[in-house]
Write a protein that binds this ligand. Structure first.
Ligand code: ADP
Ligand code: MG
Length: 199
């Protein structure tokens, strides 16, 4: 079973990798965006870590809803409300249980990803974070490590796609040939989950 501490480790592991990879995320957002994705998420996950230290929620759902609120209020851009919705909706689906199973997490994350698709209107293949998140959720039934690998593959597979949502879509065919920054950061989020699980 997964307790609040597991979810806290998930968020702090993600914050650490976002810190390490911020320059790369911003570099990816340069040719097909406005070169702010790394700094946006770095600001957001720094706020998440600080809030979790201060408030220390006692449930998995509490950890994720607090993290989602922080992302919405600090990240800005397109990705802030989308990542915030992902974590808040996932947290809401976990309710106020003190511990949740891996199956419950997989189901809740599915609800979170669905909420992101509803909010942003993106489907798989549109060259967005959805291209990493959907395969990750599909693989989560197997293992955390499988989810991490699926998210990474999904992010890499955005390179030949033409963007149909977000800022990159304004470039039309010129968005082809670049890996999507949001799919790349989503792979970091899922890698953080595997790291929290020790996989
Ligand atoms: P902005 O584009 O406002 O500068 P960011 O640079 O922080 O925001 O985030 C860009 C990322 O957000 C994109 O790489 C993409 O993955 C994701 N994104 C943008 N629009 C959408 C959308 N409608 N649905 C899902 N993801 C999106
Ligand atoms: Mg940007």
């Amino acid at each position: 079973m997964l307790d609040a501490d597991f979810f806290r480790r998930w968020m702090t592991a993600t914050a650490a990798s976002v810190d390490r990879e911020a320059e790369r995320l911003t570099a990816l957002d340069s040719p097909i965006g406005d070169a702010d994705h790394g700094s946006n998420l770095q600001r957001g996950f720094t706020a998440v870590t600080a809030a979790l230290e201060k408030e220390a929620p006692g449930t998995p759902g509490g950890v994720l809803t607090l993290a989602g609120r922080q992302l919405i209020s600090t990240v800005g851009g397109a990705s802030g409300p989308l990542y915030g919705t992902l974590l808040r909706r996932t947290g809401k689906a976990l309710g106020d249980a003190a511990e949740v199973s891996e199956e419950q997490l997989a189901e809740a994350l599915r609800a979170g990803v669905d909420a992101v698709m509803t909010l942003g209107g993106a489907a798989p293949g549109d060259k967005t974070m959805i291209d990493a998140l959907v395969p990750a959720v599909d693989a989560l039934g197997d293992s955390f490590a499988a989810a991490r690998a699926a998210a990474e593959e999904g992010a890499v597979a955005t390179t030949p796609l033409q963007a149909r949502k977000g800022r990159a879509s304004y470039l039309g065919e010129r968005s082809i040939g670049h890996q999507d920054p949001g799919a790349t950061s989503s792979a970091l989020l899922i890698a953080g989950l595997a790291e929290a699980a020790g996989e």
